[in-house]
Design a protein around this ligand. Structure first.
Ligand code: GRA
Length: 388
């Protein structure tokens, strides 16, 4: 493995950092406070090609072999400025775009993928339900074929972008009695079908990403919007989560790095007892731990991206290593930053309070820390292979 970024990747990272510094950092706290979803920033990210890295050129993307690594670099840089805005990578192409690319027919690919890459369409995916979070097979949403349409009924929740999204990848049982072989996947144009309503959910963090419930009430979805084969839904879910978890890992690295940046600045500016607070060894202990852990989390994330770029999209083990560890590191880094900044960390004058609220999401979203540990331990013990 080559640990160095290519010249092209360094330039892309630099470009993303300066975009984030100019267009996101000055507003991130205000947007968070106002629960404002900056659609215009997502549009600009689309124009800059941020969502095209994992998509081949024929569908509007730029992937020529290092797409996952590039997506990882971009996700980290954007999350470093705002964890909320990082969510867009998964909602545009790492989730819906890649699912359509892998399982869709030519018409579906041509119709939807370029619009997700450009962000002309806002995407989302709906797995979780009020009574089915970690236990995906417990979902209750059904899709029943009726002539040329599937009729969807059920409630999805914790869907990022739900209230604004144009396109949603929805998982529902077509043959519930078949359990893992009875779930299917649908591309639902939320604004072009009847019988869909959404509700906004209040959250303690990641507040400039809108999260909501989507309620399907006899929603008629054209039959041609079935994605792939009936019965393949559960396979689609797990193969898709295995890609989106990578962007989560990169997002966690970005938030942890932002914490480290903040404490580094603070420690060399703030003076107490006649010296910079960076001179105190208890702070140095926390800073050293943060620096090592951020770099270790980044390398685990790069490893998973590197494997995917070599065609190993089923690297569930290494993706869980990265997602689990990076989530823990982000939470620890935010906690240390809070301790080092003291009352300034707790105040809204510094972004550390936002990082603190955003960091813990990475221990929950797209498979909790405990679920990642379960995947890792089951593989380690030989009970269930993670890479399949
Ligand atoms: O063999 P089978 O017919 O029994 O089917 C199993 C297997 O083939 C079935 O799923 C299939 N499968 C896979 N297929 C392809 C499982 N893993 C894979 C894979 N990697 N590739 C059930 O498999 P199982 O091994 O019996 O799994 P399980 O014991 O039911 O569950 C395992 C586990 C707990 C790890 C899994 O369910 C899991 O990862 N749960 C966490 C789900 C999760 O991450 N939920 C969050 C969704 S994200 C969201 O809703 C909100 C965030 C998005 C947003 O921001 O909008």
């Amino acid at each position: 493995m080559d640990f160095a970024l290519t010249e092209e990747q360094k330039a892309m990272q630099e470009m993303a950092r300066s975009f984030a510094d100019n267009e996101i950092v000055p507003f991130a706290d205000k947007w968070d406070e106002e629960h404002y979803y900056p659609r215009e920033i997502v549009t600009k990210m689309g124009e800059l090609g941020f969502f095209g890295t994992v998509i081949p050129e024929e569908y509007g993307g730029t992937n020529t072999g290092s797409g996952f690594m590039n997506m990882t670099i971009l996700s980290e840089e954007i999350a470093r400025a705002s964890s909320s805005i990082r969510v867009a990578f998964n909602m545009q192409t790492v989730g819906p775009g890649l699912s359509i690319l892998r399982y869709g027919n030519d018409t579906q690919k041509q119709q939807y993928i370029p619009l997700l890459v450009s962000a002309d369409m806002v995407g989302c995916f709906a797995i979780t339900e009020p009574d089915a979070g970690s236990d995906v097979l417990a979902i209750k949403t059904t899709a029943v074929l009726d002539g040329d349409h599937y009729v969807l009924n059920g409630t999805k929740t914790w869907v990022s972008n739900a209230p604004t999204a144009d396109l949603c990848i929805v998982y529902a049982y077509t043959e519930p009695e078949k359990k893992s072989k009875g779930m299917s996947t649908f591309i639902v144009e939320l604004k072009n079908v009847s019988g869909v309503s959404t509700q906004v959910l209040e959250k303690m963090g990641t507040r400039s990403s809108i999260t909501g419930a989507v309620i399907f009430d006899d929603t008629r979805v054209p039959r041609e919007n079935l994605l792939g084969e009936p019965g393949d839904g559960i396979k689609h879910i797990f193969t898709s989560l295995n890609q989106t978890r990578l962007s989560c890992a990169a997002g966690a690295v970005g938030v942890a790095q932002a914490c480290l940046d903040s404490v580094t600045r603070y420690c060399t500016e703030r003076v107490q007892f006649g010296q910079q607070v960076g001179q105190f060894q208890m702070n140095q202990d926390m800073i050293a731990n943060m620096a090592v852990e951020v770099q270790a989390a980044r390398l685990l994330t790069y490893q998973a991206a590197w494997q995917k770029d070599r065609g190993q999209l089923n690297n569930g083990l290494e993706t869980s290593y990265a997602k689990y560890f990076a989530g823990e590191v982000a939470a620890r880094a935010a906690h240390s930053a809070m301790k080092i900044l003291g009352a300034y960390g707790y105040s809204t004058e510094y972004p550390v309070a936002r990082y603190f609220r955003d960091a813990v999401l990475y221990q929950i979203v797209e498979g909790t820390a405990n679920i990642q540990k379960m995947i890792i331990a089951m593989d380690q013990l030989g009970y269930r292979k993670a890479n399949r």
